[in-house]
Ligand binder design. Structure first.
Ligand code: HEM
Length: 84
């Protein structure tokens, strides 16, 4: 589970079929399967799909949330350049 994604690749994942990726810090999380379980609602998550949501994430959550759900949702890390 240590895939590296470029921001462009993350941006291509923004619907429930392709996967819905968001960036928080240097982590990439697939929130497609979490939409209905998100206590903050699906709508707000869909709005940041494919984007860096670091600022929004830390506005509404603390470290505890990533500790609890992070491992389950994390699909990799983000890098500026793709490692081929
Ligand atoms: C990995 C991604 C995310 C996970 C695992 C997650 C998880 C959670 C959890 C567990 C809560 C319940 C409150 C708490 O325990 O602190 C919550 C609430 C909330 N989340 Fe998220 N969240 C994620 C991403 C986001 C993003 C990207 C946004 C905004 C764009 C967002 C907006 C909110 C809001 C507005 C609430 C409600 C806060 C409140 O009612 O006080 N979440 N989320």
């Amino acid at each position: 589970m240590s895939k590296t994604f470029t921001k462009a690749e993350v941006a291509n994942h923004k619907d429930e079929k392709a996967g819905m990726y968001i960036i928080v810090d240097d982590g990439v999380y697939d929130i497609a399967g979490f939409l209905d379980d998100h206590p903050g609602g699906a709508k707000i998550l869909k709005r940041v799909a494919g984007k860096d949501a670091t600022k929004q994430f830390w506005k509404y959550h603390n470290e505890h949330v990533l500790t609890k759900y992070g491992a389950k949702l994390k699909v990799g890390t983000v890098a500026e350049t793709a490692k081929l």
